[in-house]
Design a protein around this ligand. Structure first.
Ligand SMILES: [Mg+2]
Length: 375
């Protein structure tokens, strides 16, 4: 690996079928999700994979991520040393503004290559594991709440006890009824969280939040639009229930402002927001200093993107509120891996093995996803 350079880039823009509709307030998902899979090959033949999984109402589009890498980043990646990851990421930030999903896909593939070459996992490269498993949260977001409740009747006994309820899409009284039904059915055996995905207006929000706080959620996520930090700060001051910032916190600059205004008690870390595993650790260093725990969020990543997130959380102590990496097991009808990252007793098991610890199946890519573009 000593002087290996990046010799080849292959890109797939894929559309993957999903099992259930997802009602998420700002944008609903039904039928399929689009992602970009990136394969880098080093001059010594070692291959690494990464994934860009944007969501158009949140970070950007898969088509834009594809073009970002294919047209704008490709000339700056080819020929560069695989080990100089930070240097390349700085260069990519200079030549292209934004597009965090495209950039994290490239960084992930480089970490995968370096890890495979060295016999180290991506978590090892990020400082080594502080945990071997990560508590898994499932999102209650099916338009048919009865279907979600049925799922819970199977999942809770199997050890899946964390549920994040997507609220603010249906009328408030329905949200309250659903929370009540969940507490009635499962009592304190479940860890409930609530996510408004920015659905509420600051005006009148506090009485709604006091209503849902009665169900003892571990946190309430992003009740109001991302720019309404003053309103977020007023909720932090008024409620005992912690407020978690997701859309309000993409990067360290956002987090500095949140800390300054006391606008959250916790943050959601998503690789598609930070655009980098290394920068995600920078964000958490700041959050640790301010005493804010992190939660491992996702957009619509499949197995490659979630492998990257799993290694990040394994090696980042402050991301202590679990993760929502449930897509490959519960939502995607097929993933592109030979074997999915295992779930055990309601936890994601951090993969062993070098790099991301996964094997991508090109056959599965071609058989189970619709390839919309390839380059
Ligand atoms: Mg969220």
């Amino acid at each position: 690996m000593a002087d290996a350079t990046i010799d080849r880039i292959r890109l797939f823009l894929v559309e993957s079928p999903i099992k259930m509709a997802r009602l998420q307030g700002v944008g609903n998902v039904k039928g399929s999700v689009k992602r970009v899979l990136v394969e880098l090959t080093a001059s010594d033949g070692v291959v690494g994979w990464g994934e860009a999984a944007p969501w158009e109402v949140f970070t950007g589009t898969a088509e834009a991520a594809f073009a970002a890498i294919d047209v704008y980043l490709r000339p700056h990646i080819l020929g560069k040393p695989v080990k100089r990851i930070r240097a390349l990421m700085l260069a990519l930030d200079r030549v292209l503004v934004g597009h965090p999903e495209a950039k994290v896909a490239v960084e992930t593939a480089m970490l995968d290559i370096v890890g495979r070459s060295a016999g180290l996992s991506v978590a090892d490269l990020l400082g080594g594991r502080v945990r071997d498993t990560i508590p898994l949260s499932f999102s209650i977001a099916d338009p048919d709440f009865a279907a979600d409740l049925e799922r819970m009747r199977d999942m809770v006994p199997a050890g899946n006890v964390i549920y994040k309820v997507k609220t603010g899409v249906k009328p408030h009284r329905e949200d309250v009824a659903h929370l009540e039904a969940m507490r009635t059915a499962f009592g304190d055996t479940i860890d409930l969280r609530i996510d408004y995905n920015q659905a509420l207006k600051p005006f009148g929000a506090i009485s709604i939040l006091r209503d849902v706080a009665q169900f003892a959620p571990t946190f309430i996520e992003q009740p109001v639009p991302r720019g309404n930090l003053d309103a977020m700060a007023s909720f932090v001051a008024a409620l005992d229930t912690p407020i978690l910032a997701d859309e309000s916190c993409f990067d360290s600059r956002d987090l500095l402002e949140i800390i300054r205004l006391k606008a959250a008690d916790a943050i959601s870390i998503k690789l598609m927001k930070t655009g980098s595993l290394l920068k995600a650790q920078d964000v958490m260093a700041l959050a640790d200093t301010a005493g804010l725990p992190g939660y491992g969020g996702t957009l619509w990543e499949g197995g490659i993107g979630l492998a990257a997130g799993t290694h990040l959380i394994a090696a980042t102590p402050g991301i202590s509120l679990g993760c929502e990496f449930y897509m490959p097991h519960h939502v995607l009808t097929e993933d592109v891996l030979e074997e999915r990252i295992p779930n055990r007793n309601g936890h994601v098991v951090v993969p062993d093995g070098p790099g991301l610890g996964i094997r991508v199946s090109e056959q599965s890519v071609r058989a189970n996803a619709r390839i919309l573009a390839e380059a």
